[in-house]
Design a binder for this molecule. Structure first.
Ligand SMILES: NC(=O)C1=CN([C@@H]2O[C@H](COP(=O)(O)OP(=O)(O)OC[C@H]3O[C@@H](n4cnc5c(N)ncnc54)[C@H](OP(=O)(O)O)[C@@H]3O)[C@@H](O)[C@H]2O)[C@@H](O)CC1
Ligand SMILES: Nc1ncnc2c1ncn2[C@@H]1O[C@H](COP(=O)(O)OP(=O)(O)OP(=O)(O)O)[C@@H](O)[C@H]1O
Ligand SMILES: [Mg+2]
Length: 370
């Protein structure tokens, strides 16, 4: 569907009913053209022709619910996300666009590390590794021949095994399907220390966040860490780190947690995703779906792993001085919600995370390549 010009020029609020409504992707500083009224009307007309939407609905979404400046801010932010995506050229070798390691996968949970690792590949990483327990490995391998699976996490020399791979990895995603076994968590502590010692960025999700709630010092002040808590995980972390999380808006709560952890980036997932590095706060409320099947957060964490690598590689001229990790987080949240939206359009109630993963390519293209 030819949505490019409408989207690129005017923001997704002008898009039709099979497309996302964007709201609350507020604000990153940056320049951008203010839409002239006449141009907006012309684009709205184009949207109407393309999607046969009632005029009222388009106007309400475009102007009543979302102020013009927030559309502009959102467009500016997504433009910066687009800037960090490395060009695809014939000059690159395998691995350059990302070698991601997922630390997780145990007897109970094999889907979560698979979702994270395959999502990283689908976003554009070249190689995706899973470091899981011995029992989980053949199961995870059997889901996909594209994943490289290491059955080491419950071994007494787990840290050593993973350390051997660290020089060849760009980012670690720690936690999907890890479980809460004390021996495993102890190994993951060692792996995190080793990653930090090599300055390797880490995305911490799921049971990785359980570990951080018990040992916040593990990541204190590590600026290359992104935490991706859901509602329950966020509350658990806040209780552990702040003791008295206090009152206040979601935005303040996320900013406070980030600050208390020494400005690690926090992505609080929910009806709106709130993202902060302790200094800035962004929100992503791109329309996803009302489907809440398990695994969507795993998709997000794997996608984020790749985007973190790309954002850190891009350099300040591409990010316009904005925090690379904030941009990466905004990219991953937008992408996950867009996948959810597109999958739900096709599958409705029966949508599962596998359906969302099938949408990663088209959703990425629609958000970032048109
Ligand atoms: N296919 C797989 O292999 C998958 C494996 N996964 C892996 O599972 C492991 C545990 O992760 P987890 O997220 O299920 O955490 P956990 O602390 O057990 O919380 C569960 C309870 O918290 C609640 N709750 C949750 N969200 C809430 C909300 N927004 N708002 C309010 N309440 C909310 C809710 O409680 P209830 O409604 O039952 O009272 C729910 O039952 C981890 O390794 C993860 O990666 C998943 O990734 C999925 C796919
Ligand atoms: N109420 C909601 N409305 C719309 N989108 C939501 C809602 N809650 C979560 N999401 C989106 O779903 C995705 C996953 O968030 P969620 O809170 O389900 O993570 P999670 O619980 O860690 O998932 P997982 O099952 O993988 O562990 C995110 O992109 C988030 O924006
Ligand atoms: Mg989760």
């Amino acid at each position: 569907m030819a949505v490019g010009p409408v989207w690129a020029a005017a923001g997704a609020c002008f898009r039709g009913k099979s497309d996302p409504g964007l709201a609350g992707m507020a604000p990153l500083a940056g320049a951008g053209a203010v839409l002239a009224g006449a141009v907006a009307v012309a684009l709205l007309s184009a949207a109407l022709v393309l999607y046969e939407l009632p005029l009222d609905a388009v106007l309400q979404r475009a102007f009543s619910l979302h102020k013009a400046h927030s559309i502009k801010d959102m467009e500016n932010t997504l433009q910066l996300v687009r800037n960090i995506i490395p060009p695809q050229t014939s000059k690159k070798h395998k691995g350059q666009d990302g070698r991601i390691g997922v630390v997780g996968g145990c007897q109970e949970y094999t889907g979560a590390p698979y979702f994270a690792a395959i999502s990283a590949l689908k976003v554009g990483a070249d190689l995706s590794h899973v470091f899981c327990t011995r029992e989980a490995a053949p199961v995870v391998k059997s889901y996909s021949p594209e994943l490289i699976v290491h059955p080491v996490l419950d071994s007494p020399s787990a840290v050593h095994h993973v350390e051997e791979w660290l020089p060849r990895l760009h980012v670690l995603v720690v936690g999907p399907g890890l479980g809460r076994d004390d021996t495993l968590l102890e190994n993951v502590k060692g792996i995190l220390e080793a990653a930090k010692a090599r300055d390797i960025p880490v995305v911490i999700d799921a049971d990785g966040l359980w570990l951080i709630a018990r040992h916040p010092a593990l990541l204190q002040g590590y600026r290359k860490a992104v935490l991706t808590p859901n509602h329950v995980e966020f509350n658990r972390l806040s209780e552990a780190v702040l003791r008295d999380p206090g009152d206040g808006s979601d935005r303040e709560a996320v900013q406070r947690l980030s600050q208390a952890l020494g400005n690690v980036t926090v992505v609080r997932k929910g009806e709106r995703d709130v993202i902060s590095d302790g200094e800035q706060v962004l929100e992503c409320a791109l329309e996803g779906s009302s489907r809440r099947c398990g695994g969507q957060g795993d998709l997000l964490s794997g996608a984020l792993g790749v985007l973190v690598h790309w954002a850190l590689l891009a350099g300040p001229e591409k990010t316009n001085g904005s925090s690379p990790l904030l941009l990466a987080a905004m990219g991953a949240c937008s992408l996950t919600r867009q996948c959810s939206h597109q999958a739900f359009q096709k599958h409705g109630r029966s949508t599962t995370t596998t359906d969302m993963i099938a949408e990663v390519g088209p959703a990425f293209h629609r958000l970032f390549e048109t």
